[in-house]
Design a protein around this ligand. Structure first.
Ligand code: HEC
Ligand code: HEC
Length: 287
């Protein structure tokens, strides 16, 4: 018998543990008292904002969808469908996939900390400093901005869900070797990421050929900002040097080290981001 015979009986039968375990898996069941982000409200009030015509092209003027459909940005929306009359739309299944992506860019219950809301808002009103796509909303009173904020605010904060723990030793012994490795025709990460806010690969001091523990800790603290545990495609350390055609970021001041996510080196890094400790494959040998 696989049927769960009612809650009370389940508790008594020792199934309670399994039931609780299943309930604790994100997405397998919402906690009873929690209001999750609403898909219906998203579809009705938020998604149309991505398609809205703003009477122009380019940063700050073009519909969000111009740059956010299928392109390698964290806000990667589904391809648009077209009616016989030439109107674009997303099917319900498309919208559900969009909803998943968009949900990861917001902090339920907290519009001000939500990337979706900060990115297109001017900095003086509390937005982020830079959005390559430009600024669309001059204040939080903007009706479109409010619609997105209301959707986010209506949901209860989610208890901090901890992603998988990243293996710091793997970073030290393997990931850092990627920073030093030169592929033919390419420039190494250390060449450009030696200092500044993105300085996760400073020069190795004279007389040594690798970073020591203390240097490693510093490098890690910086690189860690570009890693979203459990989410390789949301981790800029992996998506910035990845070819845009393969889902990499729209823009990187440096080269595209990986032509595709099939590159064994990329796969290895993705496994690390998912909390695993795979075999270390670095460089051309890894291709
Ligand atoms: C002209 C192209 C363009 C348009 C139009 C555009 N964006 Fe973007 N957006 C980008 C690019 C490129 C990135 C990745 C680089 C960056 O974060 O600025 C991005 C990144 C983002 C991100 C992810 C930020 C993060 O935290 O990593 C969000 C959210 C976003 N845009 C929201 C929007 C919304 C909402 C609109 C419409 C109101 C919009 N964008 C319009 C180009 C655009
Ligand atoms: C030729 C110089 C150059 C090389 C080589 C280079 N980068 Fe970059 N990288 C840049 C510049 C410039 C920026 C800042 C502008 C941008 O976001 O692309 C940057 C930004 C980044 C960012 C931060 C993105 C952000 O949102 O702030 C990451 C992560 C990154 N690079 C990873 C790498 C990795 C990993 C390597 C090696 C595989 C690498 N880069 C090699 C020039 C380089």
């Amino acid at each position: 018998m696989n049927r769960v015979p009612g809650r009370f009986a389940a508790e008594r039968s020792g199934l309670a543990f399994i039931v609780a375990l299943i309930a604790s898996i994100p997405g397998a069941g919402e906690l009873a008292a929690q209001t999750p982000l609403s898909f219906e409200d998203y579809r009705e009030t938020v998604e149309p904002i991505f398609l809205a015509d703003r009477g122009g092209w380019g940063p700050g003027r073009a519909p969000c969808a111009t740059c956010h459909v299928e392109q390698g940005t964290p806000l990667r929306l589904q391809r648009l469908r077209e009616t016989a009359e030439g109107e674009v739309y997303w099917s319900e299944a498309d919208s559900r996939r969009n909803f998943e992506v968009v949900s990861r860019l917001v902090t339920p219950g907290d519009p001000d900390r939500s990337r979706l809301l900060r990115q297109p808002l001017v900095e003086s009103a509390g937005g982020s400093a830079l959005h390559v796509g430009g600024k669309f909303f001059q204040s939080k009173e903007d009706p479109e901005w409010r619609a997105m904020a209301d959707w986010v605010a209506a949901a209860d904060p989610v208890e901090a869900t901890f992603g998988p723990r990243l293996d710091a030793d793997f970073f030290r012994d393997c990931v850092q070797r990627v920073f030093l490795d030169k592929r033919p025709g390419d420039v190494e990460c250390i060449h450009c990421h030696a200092s500044g806010v993105r300085g996760f690969a400073p020069p190795v001091p004279e007389g040594r050929d690798f970073w020591n523990e203390e240097e490693t800790r510093r490098n890690y603290a910086i690189a860690r900002r570009y890693v979203e545990p459990g989410e390789p495609m949301m981790s800029r350390l992996l998506t910035h040097p990845l070819a845009p055609a393969a889902g990499g970021d729209y823009f990187h001041g440096g080269p595209r080290r990986w032509a595709s996510t099939e590159d064994p080196e990329w796969q290895m890094l993705a496994a690390w981001v998912r909390g695993e400790t795979p075999a270390c494959v670095v460089g051309e040998g890894g291709r």
